[in-house]
Design a protein around this ligand. Structure first.
Ligand SMILES: [Zn+2]
Length: 138
């Protein structure tokens, strides 16, 4: 049987022992092996101990995701030239707003749409606009 030195107290201990018999410290060699095995068996598992909380990730972030709040404010302020439609990838509708911007109608519609966006929840907004939505912070 091979022996190793304890990382805690330097005592000689069996290489396959889970804990040091003298100080009770976990066998670092075995701990490393366990961690690397877990990492390879599951791609999602991060090589951190069970007591470590992973850094918060921006789970709701999707490239190209739209902000409901931004769309609403654009609709209210610049709805007359369809800026909120361009923002939501609705280019054809946006052009229609621009074409009719000399009337007051797109501005009124944009204002109403902007208010609707701001009062909707993110999920409803995303379904109606058929866009990925960046979760609002409130
Ligand atoms: Zn020890």
């Amino acid at each position: 049987m091979s022996t190793i030195f304890c990382t805690g107290c330097g005592e000689v201990m069996p290489a396959d022992a889970q804990f040091c018999a003298k100080c009770g410290k976990r066998n670092a060699t075995l701990a490393t092996e366990t961690a690397s095995t877990a990492a390879t068996s599951s791609a999602a598992a991060a090589p951190v101990g069970p007591d470590v909380i992973p850094a918060p990730t921006e789970r709701d972030y999707t490239p190209g995701a739209k902000s409901r709040i931004t769309a609403g404010i654009l609709g209210i302020l610049l709805g007359g030239i369809g800026v909120h439609k361009f923002y939501l990838n609705k280019i054809g509708l946006g052009i229609l707003y621009v074409v009719f911007c000399w009337t007051a109608i797109p501005a009124i519609i944009g204002l109403v749409e902007g208010i609707i966006y701001l009062t909707q929840d993110d999920v409803t907004f995303g379904r109606q606009q058929m866009v990925a939505v960046r979760r609002s912070s409130y």
